[in-house]
Design a protein around this ligand. Structure first.
Ligand code: MN3
Length: 199
């Protein structure tokens, strides 16, 4: 049972002007496709064929680095496409909003902490909003790691993530990661984040 590349849930140019069409096309059709293909190759004979990606993450420390890197790349980008949507961001609502307020004091505090984590992640990686019970924490992982992996420093269920690899923003923003992270907040799909928070 092979892992399948999820189609982008919207057009390449749907997130313009915040994320440009060329970046989306290369990111999905080249980078995400490569992680998916390489994951399918890496799990061959690894003893985890037929397991879900979440099951594999739960014991990823026992796996070769190719499964860790490509498995993370496969899963993380699926989440990333889903937590963005065209049409501009709405604010978090309901239980998600309450948890953000309880966990960070306010939406503004959350946004500042999430942005700071994104700007201070050295090199390539991801920044996450992570569910731990009813609470939320922010974490950052190197490379293609994520909070579902048994070796993550901060473990939990990722409900929002931003890709801070240069391939996610370099064509439009070059070295200006702050501008990219700021733009990302304009396309967050808070309905999907709430769905993931609800579990
Ligand atoms: Mn990426």
């Amino acid at each position: 049972m092979a892992f399948v590349l999820q189609s982008l849930p919207y057009a390449f140019d749907a997130l313009e002007p915040y994320i440009d069409a060329q970046t989306m096309e290369i990111h999905h059709d080249k980078h995400h496709a490569a992680y998916t293909n390489n994951l399918n190759a890496a799990v061959q004979g690894s003893g985890v064929e037929g397991k879900t990606i979440e099951e594999i993450f739960a014991n990823i420390s026992a796996q070769p680095v190719a499964v860790r890197n490509n498995g993370g790349g496969f899963y993380n980008h699926n989440l990333f496409w889903d937590v963005m949507a065209p049409g501009g961001a709405k604010m978090p609502e309901g239980d998600l909003q309450k948890s953000i307020d309880n966990s960070f004091g306010s939406y503004q505090n959350f946004k500042e902490a999430f942005t700071k984590a994104a700007l201070t992640r050295f090199g390539s990686g991801w920044v996450w909003l992570v569910k731990q019970g009813d609470s939320l924490v922010i974490s950052s992982t190197p490379n293609q790691d994520n909070p579902l992996m048994d070796l993550a420093e901060v473990k939990g269920i990722p409900v929002l993530g931003v890709d801070v690899w240069e391939h996610a923003y370099y064509l439009k923003y070059q070295n200006r990661r702050p501008d990219y992270v700021d733009a990302f907040f304009n396309v967050v799909n808070w309905d999907e984040v709430a769905r993931r928070f609800k579990g």
